[in-house]
Write a protein that binds this ligand. Structure first.
Ligand SMILES: NC(=O)c1ccc[n+]([C@@H]2O[C@H](COP(=O)([O-])OP(=O)(O)OC[C@H]3O[C@@H](n4cnc5c(N)ncnc54)[C@H](O)[C@@H]3O)[C@@H](O)[C@H]2O)c1
Length: 317
C-alpha cells in the first residue's frame, strides 16, 4: 500500500481545506460526504480557490489543474476508502456522530489505514473506545484553514499505537503541515489551552476596567503577535535575555509569579461583560459586517502565508 491515498470523510469547511493540503503535495484524495451533492460542491469550491493560491505561489509548484487532478468525488463511502492509507474524518462535531462513524470506518477501511479525526475538542478515547481497530485511531486537529495554517495537533487515545502516531506525523510533515505531537490526550489539546489561558487574562483585564478590548487586541497584533508569527513563547524568552532561557528565568520568574497570584480569579464571560465587549467591538465593526471582515481575515492569512514562505527561504525557519 503506497503512502499516498487519502479519503476525506465529511467535506464541509475543514474537509475541503484538507483536500488542498493533501492534493497540492501530490497525494490522491477521494472526497465523501453523506449529504447529496456536498462532495461535488466541495470540489467546485476548491477549484474556485486554486487560482488564487497559485498566483500566490501556495500550490507547492503544482498547477491548479494538477492539484485538481488529484481530487475526486466518491459516490459511496466504500469507494472513498478503497485503497486509502489515511482517512481524514471531518464530520460534524457531535460525539454520537463520531462514535457511530468510527465503527463504520473501522469496518470498511483497509486494516492498515489510519483513521484520523479533525475534531476540535472531543477526546479520541470518547469516540473510539468501542472500535475494534481503535489502535489505528487518533485526532489530527487542524487550525482553520489547514492549507494556510500549518500546525496540526496529533492526539493519541490511550490505545493508539505509537506507530500510527509516527506514520501520521511523517505524513503531515511530508505535505508541509507542522505537527504538534501530544503524548497523551488532554482537554483542549495544546492550542486551545494556550489560547484559553490568554483569553482568561484578556477578559479579566477588560472586566476589571484596566483596558479596552481594542487595547488588548493592540497588545497582541502590534506587540507579542508579531514575534509569535515566527517564534513560540519559549524561543521568545530564550532570545530575550543575554544568557538565554535560564538567565530569563532568573530575571523574571518572580515577576511572573506575582502576576500569577492575581490571575487565579476567573471572571464570568457571559452577561454584562459579553455585552460590554460586544458594544466596544460594534463601534469598530458593525455586527452585520462580520462576514465581510471574515473574508478580509482570510485574505490577510493568505498574504501572511506567502510572506512566511518567502521569509523562511530568505532567513531560515
Ligand atoms: N470549522 C473550524 O474552524 C474547525 C477547525 C478545526 C477543526 N474543526 C473540526 O472539523 C470537523 C468538521 O467541521 P466543519 O467546520 O468542516 O463542519 P461543516 O459543518 O462545515 O462540515 C461537516 C460535513 O460533514 C458532513 N456529515 C454529516 N454527517 C456526516 C457523517 N455521519 N459522516 C461524514 N460526514 C458527515 C456534512 O454533510 C458536512 O458536509 C468538526 O469535527 C470540527 O470540530 C473545525
Amino acid at each position: 500500500m503506497s503512502q499516498g491515498r487519502i479519503a476525506i470523510v465529511g467535506t464541509g469547511l475543514i474537509g475541503r481545506a484538507w483536500s488542498i493540503s493533501f492534493a497540492r503535495a501530490g497525494l490522491d484524495v477521494a472526497l465523501f460526504d453523506p449529504q447529496d451533492q456536498a462532495a461535488a460542491v466541495a470540489l467546485s469550491l476548491v477549484a474556485g480557490n486554486l487560482d488564487d493560491l497559485d498566483k500566490q505561489g501556495l500550490l507547492r509548484g503544482r498547477s491548479p489543474r494538477e492539484v485538481l487532478g488529484h481530487i475526486r468525488v466518491a459516490g459511496a463511502l466504500a469507494d472513498a476508502l478503497d485503497g486509502a492509507t489515511h482517512v481524514q474524518e471531518c464530520a460534524p462535531e457531535s460525539l454520537q456522530t463520531k462514535q457511530e462513524l468510527y465503527v463504520v470506518l473501522d469496518a470498511a477501511a483497509a486494516p492498515e489505514a489510519i483513521l484520523c479525526s479533525s475534531t476540535s475538542a472531543l477526546l479520541p478515547s470518547a469516540f473510539t473506545a468501542r472500535v475494534t481497530g481503535r489502535h489505528r485511531c487518533l485526532v489530527g486537529h487542524p487550525i482553520n484553514p489547514p492549507h494556510l495554517v500549518p500546525a496540526v495537533e496529533l492526539v493519541p487515545a490511550p490505545w493508539t499505537s505509537p506507530e500510527v502516531v509516527e506514520r501520521t506525523r511523517s505524513l503531515m510533515v511530508s505535505i508541509g503541515q507542522a505537527p504538534v505531537v501530544m503524548r497523551r490526550e488532554l482537554d483542549g489539546f495544546v492550542v486551545n489551552r494556550l489560547q484559553g489561558a490568554l483569553l482568561q487574562e484578556a477578559f479579566r483585564l477588560v472586566a476589571d476596567g484596566i483596558v479596552s478590548a481594542a487595547d488588548v487586541d493592540i497588545s497582541i497584533k502590534k506587540g507579542l503577535g508579531l514575534r509569535w508569527a515566527f517564534m513560540g513563547p519559549f524561543e521568545t524568552i530564550d532570545l530575550n535575555a543575554p544568557g538565554g532561557i535560564v538567565d530569563y528565568i532568573a530575571r523574571f520568574e518572580n515577576m511572573y509569579r506575582t502576576i500569577a497570584a492575581s490571575q487565579e480569579r476567573l471572571v464570568p464571560w457571559r452577561g454584562e461583560l459579553a455585552q460590554r465587549i460586544d458594544a466596544q467591538r460594534a463601534q469598530v465593526l458593525p455586527r452585520d459586517s462580520l462576514g465581510e471582515r471574515q473574508n478580509w481575515r482570510d485574505r490577510r492569512l493568505m498574504a501572511l502565508a506567502v510572506h512566511m514562505r518567502k521569509a523562511e527561504e530568505e532567513h531560515g525557519a
